[in-house]
Design a protein around this ligand. Structure first.
Ligand SMILES: [Zn+2]
Ligand SMILES: [Zn+2]
Length: 184
């Protein structure tokens, strides 16, 4: 028969070994969990309900098929159409950027929703190529608008991604403007 003490030590060592193994594995997992910041993705802002959905990986929005972008990169501000005329009166130096077509901007398209006084026009289709021409506006306050706030959030996003740091999107667009005092 084996005396009691002869297997007590190996048993103790084995137990200790297993314990330290599981312990280090555990802390490894905890460490990893700690370091992972879960990145969320969202529809490239298109002004539709799908903008509010979160995805956990890159791809395309399942509703409007826009490419998904990191949610943390979407940070332009929003102004309501009811507030815009007053805001412009109080902040006369704000740049108003109309991203509709030239025809819409000039009131030659049907329906004609009107154009904000003193706005400049760069159609969204041309915005990426024309960014260098408005470099001077990078630190200016810019309000972007269109007809239904579908194009302007995309334009706002593009501007912020390119270093324009004070960009506000007008919600709703010209089609819901009721205050005529800042429309020409
Ligand atoms: Zn969207
Ligand atoms: Zn979408």
């Amino acid at each position: 028969m084996i005396p009691f003490t002869s297997y007590r030590l190996p048993c103790f060592l084995l137990c200790f070994f297993i314990f330290s193994l599981t312990e280090s594995a555990c802390s490894q997992v905890q460490k990893q969990q700690h370091n992972i910041v879960i990145e969320q993705y969202a529809c490239l802002p298109c002004g539709q309900d799908c903008d509010n959905e979160a995805y956990d990986k890159l791809g395309n929005c399942s509703h409007c098929h826009m490419p998904l972008v990191k949610k943390s990169t979407i940070h332009f501000k929003t102004i309501q159409p009811a507030a815009i005329c007053n805001y412009i009166k109080k902040h006369p130096h704000v740049i108003l950027l109309d991203v509709r077509t030239k025809e819409e901007f000039e009131g030659k398209a049907e329906p004609n929703f009107g154009t904000l006084k003193n706005a400049i026009n760069i159609p969204i289709q041309e915005l990426a190529q024309r960014l260098s021409s408005i470099n001077i506006l990078k630190n200016k306050e810019i309000i972007v608008y269109c007809s239904h706030s579908h194009r302007s959030p995309q334009a706002s996003y593009l501007l912020m991604q390119n270093g324009f740091n004070n960009v506000t999107n007008m919600a709703g667009g010209m089609s819901v403007m009721k205050d005529n005092s800042c429309i020409k």
